[in-house]
Design a protein around this ligand. Structure first.
Ligand code: MTE
Ligand code: HPA
Ligand code: MOS
Length: 784
């Protein structure tokens, strides 16, 4: 890489002219950008295979709920290239991979609970031979009744965990007193993570019961833990490494475990390296997705449109096991309020046990599912009152000095929404476009346009308090180059780039002197998942802590050598400035080494001020809130249900952004991904419970041509009120709520068919079929 010299850089970047050179706050390119473009970035499947490597595949259940009465694996064993077959009884340790609740067998112990549940692992000389062999088992089942939908689960009282509730005030009494009421039901579908790189693990046995696992995972420490448990090993026998993922989106937070364990089991038994790579169909059939939610709501409001009582009962489709469904439900409950003050609320969530994949984390982690219900309700209230939905939203916003406590008791601090909303309302020309759209619709009987403004508030921190910790190691070598290792994992979101910026800034170095290595459980132990959008917040602080310790030692050393006082030593421009002298960084480092100064350090961070009582569902679960808003304009063909997003404006509160280019990329990506969730991505199981949408041929994620031609994404650059890393805010998940504006713009266009007289009943995803159904419902109601 050819970096300009610092004085030239300062001259070229206006923000830097006159300011101390800084590694943070600049739009630095992704640390692997060149490697990505050149095809030189190593993903797990690109790691050169060791001699003798074998390949595994999984044998899957074809029944949704059944007891296995007989299993003939001889045809599998006799299939070309097959070396071995392993079933549940071959697991030396515990047959469980549940991350929280231990209800999740690795391989079926005899009961199968969904179509796609792994029953055995077959190991062969090639990937194709293993996959072919896996299909040859002859399994006899005794079928049991199955439950597929959250509605069925609720009716049957079938849950993976006891349902939760958050009560504030007296919602029932307030509802009864309310002058106006809305009641209804809503269904919002799930979503496949569709990481471009599928699930994969490569396990290499090491001496003395050691196991080294290269795994595409957001959570190397959990993989270590589960591999050790399954194999009956101590944690120190297992090392898990991940250089990068080709996307995770929550799907590799817990569910990389199956692949890591099965590869390790085979490698452990056969004492050779074993790779397990899921092909796309198996990946989609086997692994969990975003939870779909079914809602029943009753909300009371006054004549102005202010909510006075809110009751909601949400049921998710958890699948056959708990996985992360508990914390997902908690986050849904804690995001039902979205941006709105609720004086009296009764918010319930149950994780329905169904005979489907075990649903898991997906960008937003229940937050989007909680908030969309409230947005749907506000949209209904606005239509009932014949008012612009933005006005009803604003009326219900959290206040800054009053009406500023969430139903779970956390004060909403640093609320930038009023200002952010005003800015976006102006820059998007919301009011003028509303008028223009009304005019357009008045003379356009078939094509209808729609417009919507939706805001977001998202709580940042793991909602399980102890997970909010991170560690890092910073090594300074004698030549002055710096190597950083931290507990976060890179999935394309740029956590490594941000951590590099933080370390470079702390040491006053150009980023080209800093390198980050693969996440490795033998370097930083007991790490949390890179999840809950906290990657840079946690690991950035930990790396900063490590760099500061090195800096302190070097400052002390510099003063010993050159005089002056420690407090006025500055690390800037690749130099150490001490007592009027500027010593080149690597020179001082070399001198310090000879004087036996420790040139590396560990660092640690634990987010302060967090608390949570799961019983009362009260506390201070979040470190701070991120805000944002978007305006979307769509055009809908009311005869075919086809539509296009004409323009989208998004404004996101990234605090004082660590890297605006990366953050804008995150906002754009989350917007389009969330739009796919709410419009075209439909998961469909047949009557036997088989997921039929298990490939891109039948499961439609957005393509480049689905992006709006006019897409205006901006950051609302204001420092975080919380003491986050350089006052930045997390960006990974919250912008997934921005495309609510697309969904409600579609609903607005449908509503135009009935001249906005009736509320269109629109579930998500708003596929063309769903749009036509809603249009029919509107026309039928208007005709009456
Ligand atoms: N961006 C890319 N490119 N790929 C991903 O897999 N995952 C998202 C988000 N952005 C993801 C992504 C999810 S679900 C989370 S929780 C965060 O990134 C995790 O990374 P962070 O905490 O470092 O933001
Ligand atoms: N997000 C992601 N993963 C989690 C969370 C969360 O809020 N809580 C526990 N695991
Ligand atoms: Mo993100 S759903 O927290 O991995």
């Amino acid at each position: 890489m050819n970096h300009p010299a610092i004085p030239e850089l300062k001259a070229a970047i206006p923000e830097l002219a006159g300011a101390a050179w800084s590694g943070v706050g600049l739009s630095r390119k992704h640390e692997s950008a060149e490697l990505h473009v050149l095809g030189q970035a190593t993903y797990t499947d690109d790691i050169p295979e060791l001699q003798g490597t074998l390949h595994a595949a999984l044998g899957l259940s074809t029944k949704a709920h059944a007891n296995i009465t007989a299993m003939d694996l001889e045809p599998v064993k006799n299939s070309p290239g097959v070396v071995a077959v392993f079933t549940a009884t071959d697991i030396p340790g515990v047959n469980d991979m549940g991350p929280i609740i231990h209800d999740d067998p690795i391989l079926s112990p005899g009961l199968v609970q969904y179509v796609g549940q792994p029953i055995f692992v077959v190991v062969a000389d090639t990937h194709t031979n293993a996959r072919r062999a896996a299909r040859k088992a002859v399994i006899t089942y005794d079928e049991l009744p199955a439950i597929f939908t959250p509605q069925q689960a609720k009716a049957a009282g079938s849950y993976v965990l006891p349902p939760m509730k958050l009560l504030k005030g007296d919602a029932q009494a307030a509802f009864e007193r309310a002058p106006r009421k809305v009641k209804g039901e809503l269904f919002v579908g799930g979503q496949e993570q569709f990481y471009l790189e599928g699930q994969i693990s490569y396990a290499i046995p090491k001496e003395n019961r050691g196991m080294f696992v290269q795994c595409s995972t957001q959570h190397p420490s959990e993989m270590l833990h589960l591999v050790a448990h399954a194999l009956g090993l101590n944690s120190h026998n297992v090392t898990v490494e991940c250089r990068r993922m080709g996307g995770g989106f929550g799907g590799k937070e817990s569910q990389s475990a199956l692949w890591a364990i099965c590869a390790s089991l085979a490698a452990f038994k056969l004492k050779v390296p074993v790779k397990l790579r899921a092909d796309r169909d198996d990946d989609m059939i086997v692994t969990g997705k975003r939870h779909c939610f079914f809602y029943e709501y009753e909300v009371g409001y006054d004549d102005a449109g202010r909510i006075v009582a809110a009751k909601v009962d949400m049921t998710s489709r958890a699948g056959y096991s708990a996985d992360l469904s508990g914390p997902v439900a908690t986050r849904a409950i804690c995001h039902f309020d979205n941006c709105y003050y609720l004086s009296d609320a009764d918010i319930r969530a149950g994780a329905g046990k169904t005979n489907t994949q075990s649903n898991t984390a997906f960008r937003g982690f229940g937050g989007p599912q909680g908030a969309i219900a409230m947005e749907y309700i506000i949209d209904e209230i606005a239509r009932e009152l014949g008012k612009d939905a933005l006005d009803i939203r604003r009326l219900n916003f959290y206040g800054t000095d009053e009406r500023n406590v969430t139903p779970y008791g956390q004060l909403v601090e640093g609320n930038v929404l009023p200002e952010l909303t005003a800015r976006l309302e102006a820059t998007s020309e919301y009011r003028a476009r509303r008028e223009a759209i009304e005019k357009f619709n008045a003379t356009s009987p078939v094509l209808k346009k729609g417009l919507a403004f939706t805001p977001l508030k998202f709580g940042i921190a793991f909602n399980v308090t102890h997970l909010n910790q991170a560690g890092a190691l910073v090594h300074v070598y004698v030549d002055g180059s710096v190597l950083v290792n931290h507990g976060g994992t890179e999935m394309g979101q740029g956590v490594n780039t941000k951590v590099m910026q933080v370390v470079a800034h702390e040491l006053g170095l150009d980023m080209c002197h800093v390198r980050i290595t693969a996440t490795d459980t033998s370097k930083v132990a007991n790490t949390s998942a890179t999840a809950a959008s906290t990657g840079a917040d946690l690991n950035g602080k930990a790396a900063q802590d490590a760099a500061r310790q090195i800096k302190e030692r070097l400052a002390k050393f510099a003063v010993e050598q050159h005089g002056g006082d420690v407090a006025s030593v500055r690390f800037e421009d690749d130099h150490v400035h001490v007592n009027g002298q500027a010593i080149r960084w690597h020179v001082l480092v070399g001198q310090a080494y000879l004087k036996r100064v420790q040139l590396w350090s560990d660092g640690f961070y634990a987010t302060p001020h967090l608390s949570w009582d799961p019983k009362s569902m009260n506390g201070h679960p979040f470190s701070y809130y991120a805000f944002g808003a978007a305006v979307s304009e769509v055009i809908v063909d009311t005869l075919t249900g086809e539509w296009r997003l004409l323009r989208a404006d998004a404004l996101y509160d990234a605090g004082k952004s660590l890297n605006p280019a990366i953050d804008i990329g995150q906002v754009e990506g989350a917007f389009i991904q969330g739009m796919g969730w709410l419009t075209t991505e439909q998961l469909w199981w047949n009557a036997n419970g088989k997921l039929m949408t298990h490939a891109p041929s039948t499961y439609k994620i957005p393509g480049i041509s689905d992006c709006p031609g006019d897409f205006r994404v901006n950051l609302f650059e204001q420092p975080n009120v919380a003491d986050s890393i350089h006052r930045s805010k997390a960006v990974g998940e919250p912008p997934l709520l921005l495309p609510f504006s697309v969904f409600f713009a579609i609903r607005d266009a449908i509503s135009a068919v009935g001249n906005h007289q009736v509320n269109p009943p629109l579930n998500a995803p708003a596929t063309s079929e769903e749009i036509l159904r809603a249009i029919d419902a509107v026309t039928a109601k208007v005709a009456n």
